[in-house]
Design a protein around this ligand. Structure first.
Ligand SMILES: [Zn+2]
Length: 62
């Protein structure tokens, strides 16, 4: 049996940057042009390390 993981939307808990461990109050987004379309790089407002990349749903990898 595999236990399922629950996703709970919260506005109470503040996420922390995994790099500088500061509370993330603002995420910067930088537009990236790729052959697959426009994507965004999201990076930390404090240390500028990249937190993630947006993916277009249903187009390349979902
Ligand atoms: Zn950071």
């Amino acid at each position: 049996m595999t236990e399922s993981i629950e996703i709970v939307e919260t506005s109470v808990e503040t996420p922390l940057c995994p790099h500088c461990e500061q509370a993330i109050r603002r995420v910067n987004a930088r537009k990236v042009k790729s052959p697959f379309g426009v994507r965004f790089l999201y990076f930390c407002d404090h240390c500028r390390k990249v937190l993630g990349v947006s993916h277009r749903k249903g187009f390349w990898m979902g």
